[in-house]
Design a protein around this ligand. Structure first.
Ligand code: BGC
Length: 756
């Protein structure tokens, strides 16, 4: 059996190399045949001239000279047709072969029209919307000269201490895969030669979202079975969707940093998944392998290229050492030719050889960037990303003629609204929440007070303010700030408290060990509650927070993340009920840091806890329930939904058959609204321990008040597959339980049997 497997995989590999050989592009081969070794190495070098936000300590020097010397394959961190044209002209006119540059950028959640942070957009569970946001981002970025995007970031993250959880889709491999696909299609469109599309980069390959202790850049170590079933699916989904480039991650995997990990970059990515684009390193991640402790710069550069890494971001290890390694026989010239071929192919796919200036139309920025239509979409998308975490006394939605005290350090703020990693955005265009509320409700009596600093901790503030002031500590004492807020609160019908994290308390290099709302604001919240007035928390964060204390208070809580450029308008739409919130969490929110990682798709263990009540010699805690504070898939609405009649169309599913699972959902409340209908399966017995539950499908539906709809999911054996101990993707016969519900916390409704 094993022998047969090997020979099938050999045929498969042969197939791929034939395919790759067939895909050789005459123009690229002709160029390669003329190129010197130095020129090929030059194509593998990616620089950033600085000026933007650099995410490492090094910024490239002498960029102009290097381009003219044919030592640069691409640039990032430059924007605007005029500036980019200068660089492109150096490459086209001043080098021997005139090869144009790739122009990269981090367009993570919108270009100038900044959308909500990715963790927020994911909470919309709306794939069309996510795809359209990527299309708009591509339209704007390409108008400004960009042809290559360092997005989507699809790292599965189950640890909210990790600041970059903000940049991805959350904790689930299935949902993450759907989002990866939508974003790749959005950025790349149907045809990369279309000047309104750009190359997408799936990152950070691989497992970057699972660093030990949630500390950024930290070591990752996990079994291959866990990788394949839980962490790799979204990267694979991006590859299957045709993503043209992949970025390797900073972390090590099984003792070899991803940027030199041949098993990841070649065996899995190319041989197993059939990826035929190019792989770029992360920012100086080649050089950083010296610090990782696997050799000097020449050694790590050789290891990286031999492993399948094609382009070196910023560090210039390839530029300065590969020639020597070729001479010494440590790297073959063919390996370098192959890497250069992949980069040239990308340039060819974009149409840069036909017209190196095709993204540099001076007329486009004004026409295509930050248009009213784009802003309207950003507003809509933000409203769909908010998650109603707690309802209290039906305080929300508010009346447009109410007396509202808008309190909090994030209430009248522009600089935090875009959220982390919006380097191409401009917070001066952001609508503060106070402004949005006032505009939407001119007849309301709206007052404002800051009430507290985001934090009073000056060290934390300094660490957050590295790229500009996000936390400003008032000259007024906390006491004075609080008094002012309470005075305003006294004279109101309702208090809206805009509280939470500063934008740079999440993102790269922003891990936290304490994920509660900072003390200064907790105190403010308690004092506002003590007034006896109805209180609504508009909570901002780029991660699941520990809000155990706040959940116990008599308050309503609307999670608004970092809503993007239309923040204030979007918040007003939801607060006043013009849009009924429909977002659902895409990662569980813990009761405490001690529970981390807490995720719904966990294993049973041999001693599962029957409930949240402590049982001796069971897998649980003596001081906390196992369940999270808020589960994956959770989110309320101003209305209520009832699920009934959940059933399968048959008791058995055959190998070549399909089966339908349906549920009737009724809007039983007082508002029209949307619900995300989620299908979970549990493979009761399999050859490797199954998760207790897995999301397999979802549909977002709209129901008028009083209306019912039946939602039907079609299940085929493909949906039952997982990677077994031999890493084969299989479905095993046996019983499967199912539930259809509005969150991952529901009990199972029934079961069916899969028969082979
Ligand atoms: C980040 C990447 C990003 C790169 C270039 C790195 O620090 O990890 O996500 O694409 O910088 O800006």
């Amino acid at each position: 059996m094993r022998k047969v497997y090997v020979s099938i995989s050999m045929i498969f590999l042969l197939g791929i190399s034939i395919l790759q050989a067939q895909e050789r592009i005459p123009k690229v081969e002709e160029l390669l045949s003329k190129m010197t070794l130095d020129e090929k190495i030059g194509q593998l070098n990616l620089l950033t001239p600085g000026g933007g936000v650099a995410t490492g300590e090094v910024v490239s020097k002498n960029v102009e000279e290097k381009i003219k010397a044919g030592e640069v394959g691409g640039l990032f961190g430059v924007a605007g047709p005029a500036k980019i044209r200068v660089a492109q002209e150096f490459a086209v006119n001043d080098t021997r072969l005139g090869i144009p540059l790739l122009i990269g950028s981090d367009v993570i959640h919108g270009y100038k029209t900044t959308f909500p942070i990715p963790l927020a957009s994911a909470s919309s569970w709306d794939m069309e919307m996510i795809k359209h946001a990527a299309e708009i981002a591509a339209q704007e970025a390409t108008a400004d000269g960009i042809n290559w995007n360092f997005s989507p970031m699809v790292d599965i993250a189950r640890d909210p201490r990790w600041g970059r959880i903000a940049e991805g889709a959350g904790a689930d491999p299935y949902l993450g895969s759907q989002i990866a696909k939508a974003m790749v299609h959005g950025y790349q469109g149907e045809d990369l030669t279309d000047p309104e599309t750009m190359i997408a980069t799936v990152k950070h390959f691989a497992l970057y979202g699972a660093p030990e202790a949630g500390r950024d850049y930290n070591t990752v170590d996990m079994s291959r079975i866990k990788m394949f079933n839980e962490y790799l699916p979204p990267y694979k989904a991006a590859v299957d969707a045709g993503v043209a480039s992949v970025m390797s991650s900073f972390n090590d995997v099984e003792g070899v940093p991803a940027s030199a990990n041949k098993w990841l970059l070649t065996d899995v990515l190319r041989d197993r998944w059939g990826f035929d684009g190019f792989v770029v390193s992360d920012y100086t991640s080649v050089n950083e392998m010296v610090e990782h402790g696997i050799g000097d710069l020449q050694a790590v550069s050789a290891r990286a290229i031999n492993a399948g890494l094609d382009m070196d971001m910023v560090g210039e290890g390839f530029l300065t050492t590969l020639k020597k390694s070729v001479k010494e026989g440590k790297v073959s010239e063919e390996t370098i030719t192959q890497a250069a071929r992949r980069i040239l192919k990308a340039k060819y796919k974009l149409g840069l050889f036909e017209d190196p200036y095709k993204y540099l139309d001076k007329g486009r920025p004004d026409k295509d960037i930050l248009t009213e239509e784009h802003r309207d979409f950003a507003r809509k998308m933000a409203t769909h990303s908010f998650v109603l975490l707690k309802k209290h006394n039906n305080v929300l939605p508010l009346k447009k003629n109410a007396k509202i005290a808008v309190i909090g350090p994030l209430a009248n703020d522009k600089s935090n609204m875009l959220g982390t990693w919006a380097p191409t955005g401009d917070s001066s265009f952001a609508i503060p929440i106070l402004e949005g509320l006032k505009k939407a409700a001119p007849n309301a009596k709206i007052t404002y007070a800051k009430g507290a600093n985001i934090t009073n901790d000056t060290t934390l503030a300094k660490n957050v303010n590295v790229f500009g002031e996000k936390v400003s500590i008032s000259d007024n004492s906390p006491k004075v700030l609080l008094k002012e807020a309470l005075d305003k609160a006294k004279d109101s019908d309702v208090i809206l408290a805009v509280v939470g994290e500063a934008s740079e308390m999440t993102g790269e290099s922003a891990s936290r060990t304490d994920i509660t709302i900072p003390d200064s604001q907790k105190k403010l919240i308690r004092s506002l509650v003590d007034t006896g007035k109805p209180v609504v928390l508009l909570l901002m964060s780029g991660r699941p927070l520990d809000i155990s204390e706040e959940m116990k208070l008599p308050v309503s809580i609307l999670q608004i993340w970092f809503p993007g450029v239309e923040a204030g308008n979007a918040v007003a739409d939801v607060v006043f009920g013009d849009y009924n919130p429909s977002g659902k969490l895409t990662a569980s929110w813990p009761r405490s840091v001690g529970q981390i990682p807490v995720y719904y798709r966990h294993k049973s263990t041999g001693r599962p806890a029957a409930s949240d009540e402590f049982q001796k010699f069971r897998s649980n805690y003596i001081d906390s329930p196992n369940s999270p504070l808020l589960p994956f898939g959770y989110g309320l609405s101003y209305t209520d939904f009832n699920f009934e009649d959940v059933k399968a169309s048959a008791d058995t599913l055959n190998a070549d058959g399909s089966l339908e699972i349906s549920a009737k959902i009724t809007n039983t409340g007082n508002y029209d609204g949307e619900e995300v209908v989620q299908l979970y399966l549990h493979d009761v017995v399999r050859s490797i321990t199954p998760p207790v539950k897995e999301l397999k499908a979802f549909k977002k539906i709209f129901l008028k008040k009083g209306e019912s709809k039946t939602v039907t999911f079609t299940i085929t054996p493909e949906d039952l597959k997982f990677y077994n101990s031999d890493l084969e993707y299989v479905a095993e016969p046996g019983e499967f339980e199912f539930s259809v519900a509005g969150s991952s916390a529901a009990d199972f409704d029934g079961s069916f049997v899969y028969e082979k």
